[in-house]
Design a binder for this molecule. Sequence first.
Ligand SMILES: [Zn+2]
Length: 117
Amino acid sequence: MADTTPRLTSVKDRITELANLAGSDQAERARRLAAELSAEIERAVEEASAPQANAAPPRQPSPRAPHQEVERCPVCSLRTFTFQKGSVRECADCESGYEAYYRCLSCAHEGWREIDR
Ligand SMILES: [Zn+2]
């Protein structure tokens, strides 16, 4: 929609010109301007109502933290596998699209884990 303003300004300029011609002996030029104006306005309306092809798709905000911040450690099996704050990142292979970094407070095992949205 960035080009709407200059286009409308151009339309306004020609409306002014048309008004100046009205009642003069340049009836043909006035009719041509009127046709140009209506075509221009039709195009502008069409473009305004058409879906924006280059508009970014709505994007869900990335999660800040997993639902379960403490999980069972895959190595020592204690419930001390702890989410590291601020470690959420995008993950192309994950079903949810995100993974988070966990660190075990007991055995110090570390690893990425897919998170639920
Ligand atoms: Zn552990």
